[in-house]
Write a protein that binds this ligand. Structure first.
Ligand code: CMP
Length: 148
């Protein structure tokens, strides 16, 4: 992986402002996340999470597209402002899907310890993650019911 630490805290905080998950946070909270997150550029084809492996970080997409291949062999696209990798951190289980960069990508990477301190510090982030998990579960259920 290349490009780790491209930007200072205030540059990263600027990127975070455009991410739905972080909407409504104070400037101080954005600065805090920016301090905790590493910026990373990856080429197309880079596998960022592999189904079955242990996960150590969550990713927020700043630019580019990722393909998620689920255990049901469904492929979904995630883009700027989306996040992934939160499930393994939340329940300590293996990665539920394989996530690969479909284009060159710029990401913010948040390690497990930093992830939990963010959840404790900013209930809005916990709420945003739960909302997205609910939406993904609904979509997965809807897709499953059309196959059966
Ligand atoms: P995790 O299980 O840690 O690693 C793979 C990630 O893919 C997972 O976290 C989610 O962020 C993402 N993911 C898994 N299933 C879906 C889905 N059905 N829709 C969107 N994202 C998913």
């Amino acid at each position: 992986m290349t490009g780790v630490g491209l930007r200072g805290t205030s540059g990263k905080a600027g990127l975070l402002k455009n991410v739905q998950l972080f909407q409504g946070l104070s400037e101080r909270q954005l600065q805090q996340i920016a301090r905790l997150a590493d910026e990373m550029d990856v080429p197309a084809g880079k596998v960022l999470a592999r189904a079955g492996e242990t996960g150590h970080e969550m990713f927020v997409i700043v630019e580019g597209q990722a393909s998620v291949t689920t255990s049901q062999r469904r492929t979904l696209q995630l883009g700027a402002g989306d996040f992934f990798g939160e499930m393994s951190l939340l329940d300590g289980g293996p990665r539920s899907a394989t996530v690969e960069a479909a284009t060159p990508m710029r990401l913010l990477v948040i390690g497990q310890r930093e992830f939990f301190s963010l959840l404790a510090e900013a209930p809005l982030i916990s709420k945003g993650i739960m909302r997205t998990l609910s939406q993904r579960l609904r979509k997965a259920d809807a897709a499953f019911s059309t196959c059966t």
